[in-house]
Every structure is written in structure tokens, then in C-alpha cells.
Design a protein around this ligand. Structure first.
Ligand code: ADP
Ligand code: MG
Length: 226
């Protein structure tokens, strides 16, 4: 379970990103975090992966308080959490296969496991035919699918998607959302940060709405009505 307990994040006296956020997310939930640009969505995700630390409050992932973890424990936490971004963040000099394989190499997996798992996860995202393509040879939707494969290959318990469809057209957007639902069905908790109203309306899942760093709504089957 993920639990934010009265969390605030103040970057500077003129920049408060989150104010008194209390949020509980159960294993295998699919939650959308919505709100306009600047409302604190990205900060919320960064606090969970300890890319940022809260100014106030505590954050728990299962039994551990993530803000109490020592630096050398952070790679283990981050391996349990897959993450994708609006801008994909693939390595431009590596193929789709190599980008995904790199995540396993970094986690110390054996070559045999890598050769087995990488084609499998690229098949899951529908990219078998583009496996040896470089990023510049792929479309936006395909790039995001490689990024999803890379985030999935370590079998994370939690999958974070920060505006994953921000650069995509409606057809590719639907494709990526469908994949996130599949990842959720396969057993991962999914947290999707977005300001795209149409996505939220079509999902009919839990919606947590942020406004200026505060939770203004938390609905089991919400719509985005800001
Ligand atoms: P969102 O993802 O919803 O657009 P963010 O979490 O990125 O929101 O930002 C929330 C607020 O915190 C904004 O006012 C933003 O300017 C501020 N902020 C984000 N990151 C930093 C930072 N590294 N330093 C200072 N202010 C920041
Ligand atoms: Mg953001």
C-alpha cells in the first residue's frame, strides 16, 4: 500500500507544490491524478520515488517509510516502481531492444534472462516488428511503448505514468491508455498523472484531483470536471 500522510512540499518561499496531502492507494488500484499544470502532480510522483523529499509529512510504501531509506536502499525501491514520462527518455544510440535490455543489465540480470525477457516484454507492448529500430526510426506512440516496455521489464509492483500521452495524437493516446489498463490487469498498481480530460472521462476509474497542491476531490469512479 502507498500512503501519503499530511505531505507538503515547499520548493522555495514562492513555490509551494503540495499542501497537506493525505492519500492512500491500495495494491492493484488504477488511480488518475488530475489537475492543471502546476497543481503538483509531478511532485507527488517524485516524492514516491524519493527524487524529491517532503518538507513535511511522511510517505509509506508497504511497510517502509520511503523518506527514511538510506541512499544505498533507493535503487531497490526504484526497481519496484516503473516510471514513464511525456518525453519518453530513451537512449538515442540504442535500439528498442537495447534500451529495454539496459534496464535489466543495470539491475544485474544474466544475459540468458535478458535474451528471454526483452523480446517478451516488447511483444507485450506490440513492438515485435520494431525490436531493432533506433528511436529516430520510431513514431511517438512507438517510442512511448518502448519506454513502457523498459519500465515493465523489471516487473514493478507500481507503475507511474507522468503525462504519458502529452505528445501523442488521440489514436496513440488510446493505445497507451489501453496498455496501462493491461499492466493494471496483470497486477501492478498504476498511477497516471494527466491533465487530459478525455482520458479521465473514458477511464471511469478512481480520480484524485489536485488544485494548487491540495486534494480537492477523490472519487472512486470520477470524472474530470475542473
Ligand atoms: P504539475 O506536474 O501538476 O504541473 P509540478 O509538481 O511540476 O506540477 O509543480 C507544482 C509546483 O511546484 C509548480 O508551481 C512548479 O512551478 C513548482 N515546482 C516544481 N518543481 C520545482 C522545482 N524543482 N523548484 C521550484 N519549484 C518547483
Ligand atoms: Mg507535471
Amino acid at each position: 500500500m502507498i500512503f501519503f500522510e499530511n505531505v507538503s512540499k515547499i520548493y522555495s518561499p514562492t513555490s509551494t507544490a503540495l499542501k497537506g496531502v493525505t492519500l492512500r492507494i491500495q495494491p492493484k488500484e488504477f488511480v488518475s491524478i488530475v489537475g492543471p499544470s502546476g497543481s503538483g502532480k509531478t511532485t507527488l510522483l517524485k516524492l514516491l520515488t524519493v527524487e524529491e523529499r517532503p518538507t513535511e509529512g511522511r510517505i509509506f510504501f508497504d511497510q517502509s517509510e520511503v523518506t527514511m531509506l538510506r541512499p544505498k536502499e533507493l535503487p531497490y525501491l526504484r526497481r519496484r516502481i516503473g516510471k514513464v514520462f511525456q518525453d519518453y527518455r530513451l537512449l538515442p544510440t540504442k535500439t528498442a531492444y537495447e534500451n529495454v535490455a539496459f534496464a535489466l543489465e543495470a539491475a544485474g540480470h544474466l544475459t540468458k534472462e535478458i535474451e528471454h525477457d526483452v523480446p517478451q516484454v516488447l511483444e507485450l507492448v506490440g513492438l515485435t516488428e520494431k525490436i531493432h529500430h533506433f528511436p529516430h526510426e520510431l513514431s511517438g506512440g512507438e517510442l512511448q511503448r518502448v519506454a513502457i516496455a523498459r519500465a515493465l521489464v523489471n516487473r514493478p509492483e507500481v507503475f507511474l505514468a507522468d503525462e504519458p500521452t502529452g505528445n501523442l495524437d488521440p489514436v496513440n493516446t488510446r493505445e497507451i491508455i489501453r496498455l496501462l489498463l493491461k499492466i493494471n490487469e496483470l497486477g501492478a498498481t498504476v498511477i497516471l498523472a494527466t491533465h487530459d480530460k478525455e482520458i479521465i472521462d473514458s477511464l471511469d476509474r478512481r480520480v484524485v484531483a489536485l488544485e494548487k497542491g491540495e486534494i480537492i476531490r477523490d472519487e472512486e469512479r470520477g470524472k474530470y470536471i475542473i
